[in-house]
Design a binder for this molecule. Structure first.
Ligand code: PLP
Length: 448
């Protein structure tokens, strides 16, 4: 692109595009010119190592040739069909996903992304059980459509309130900031389950359709549940005929070093929602995987939900290719190994050097550094839901990374380390060294 074309792109963007979650009057977006592997760049030659995988979706890396070839081949064959037709790309994607999914989750309803997946999982749980209430966790994100944002347990929900009825919140486990004053992960697990059991009791189990939760909480802090928690949720669901919906839009498809994050704990939910990593975001795609029992509910009565682009051939061909790449390049096991051998050890070593690091947690290619002003009080480096001047320390930290050629994922008082699963190991180590250096910015705000 010429200099004129770049400035035209910037000008049109500023005049005509409303970006997600942003005030268009203050946004200065990078005009991305290209990307490859774990890097992307602009026309001025600025290049960044992508430690965000964009929005934690480009799991196989940017511009993977096999993924591009599959999309091109599908475009040549069949770009689009109505969702009531079958076609080779959609059926193959569904077959592969069912094969990978745990237990008897064997049928897929495709959507265009994560929020629609959540909406439909909720609808399926309600229709299957004949019940209405949906229990969801504080510190969760489930999407920005009406039901998904009502299910969401963090400030992005607030401007959409009042939402639809029937969404009840509970506290999930978070040992570092326990809602239950726990002293250990084991205690946190036990108390969080007791709290959930109490919530079910006082809400009336006979009215609860589903417990919807992120297997590993993503945008709200990479909260890895203590061992036993998800098994406990499963047991509560079984005891009361409640559907368990695992939202794996961010945690699924290799991010946690497993095909599905629930695999780590051997838990089989009734419904799984997915998106992002299913095809690394090359074409919008999400979906719900249904158990045999829920699937049977819609064998002889029509499922009352649909989308013009459900099972879109281009998106599904990209999913087939992406799953093939995960297998050929052994990326799921690679993510697990990178977490255990590179990212985890590097971040824990940084914690020894930087007083502002309160906690390091994660698994696979899914990690968070939680920053504090004081390790004893655990006061966050910036206040909850900070913006503007109150958020300056985090903005400064992100800027320090970007100056050194690393694009970070900074949210609230945390930096999430979420690179593509395919990132070159040396590039990963170099990126971690940039983070290490940039964290001096956070230390300057430390008062403990
Ligand atoms: N669920 C989870 C766990 C997510 O992380 C997200 C997005 O980040 C969504 C749902 C919503 O997905 P989408 O933005 O594709 O609608």
């Amino acid at each position: 692109m010429s200099v004129d074309a770049v400035s035209a792109a910037r000008g049109s963007d500023r005049r005509h595009v409303l970006h997600s979650w942003s005030a268009h009057g203050t946004l200065e977006p990078v005009v991305v010119a290209g990307a490859e592997g774990a890097h992307f760049w602009d026309e001025d030659g600025r290049r960044w190592l992508d430690f965000s995988s964009q929005l934690v979706n480009v799991n196989v890396g940017h511009q993977h040739p096999k993924l591009i070839a599959a999309i091109k081949a599908q475009a040549e064959t069949l770009c689009t069909v109505a969702p009531y037709h079958a076609n080779a790309a959609t059926s193959e994607a569904a077959r592969l996903i069912a094969e990978l999914a745990p237990g008897d989750l064997n049928r897929v309803f495709f959507t265009n992304g994560g929020a629609e997946a959540v909406e439909n999982a909720i609808r399926m749980a309600r229709l299957h059980t004949g019940r209405h209430k949906i229990l969801t966790a504080y510190r969760s994100y489930h999407g920005a459509t009406a039901g998904a944002i009502a299910a969401t347990g963090e400030p992005r929900r607030w401007p959409s309130e009042p939402g639809p009825p029937g969404f009840i919140k509970f506290w999930g486990p978070y040992p570092y900031r326990s809602a239950f004053h726990s002293g250990s992960p084991e205690e946190e697990c036990e108390r969080a389950l007791a709290h959930l059991a109490d919530t079910i009791m006082v809400e009336g189990p006979q009215g609860i359709a589903a417990i919807l939760l992120e297997t590993v909480v993503g945008a709200n802090g990479i909260l890895v549940p203590p061992d036993g928690y998800l098994q406990g949720v499963r047991a509560l669901c079984d005891a009361h005929g409640i559907m368990m919906i695992a939202d794996e839009v961010m945690a699924g498809f290799g991010r946690c070093g497993e095909w599905f994050a629930v695999d780590r704990w051997g838990v089989v939910p009734d419904l799984i929602t997915f998106a992002k990593g299913v095809n690394s975001g090359y074409v919008p795609l999400g979906g719900v995987i249904l158990s045999e029992a829920i699937s049977a509910s819609f064998a002889n009565r029509a499922y009352p939900g649909g989308l013009t682009y459900s099972g879109h051939p281009l998106a599904c061909a990209a999913a087939v290719a992406c799953i093939g790449i995960y297998k050929e390049e052994n990326l799921i096991a690679r993510a697990r190994r990178l977490g255990e051998e590179v990212i985890g050890p590097a971040l824990h070593a940084m914690q020894g050097r930087h007083p502002a690091i309160g906690e390091v947690r994660g698994l696979g290619a899914f990690w968070a550094i939680e920053l504090v002003r004081d390790r004893t009080t655990r006061e966050p480096l910036v206040p909850f839901n900070a913006s503007g001047a109150a958020d300056a320390a985090m903005v400064e930290l992100a800027a320090a990374c970007k100056r050194q050629g690393l694009w970070p994922f900074v949210v609230s008082n945390r930096m999430h380390i979420v690179p593509p699963l395919s990132i070159d190991e040396q590039a990963l180590r170099d990126g971690l060294a940039i983070v290490d250096e940039a964290l001096h910015v956070a230390d300057r705000h430390y008062v403990g």
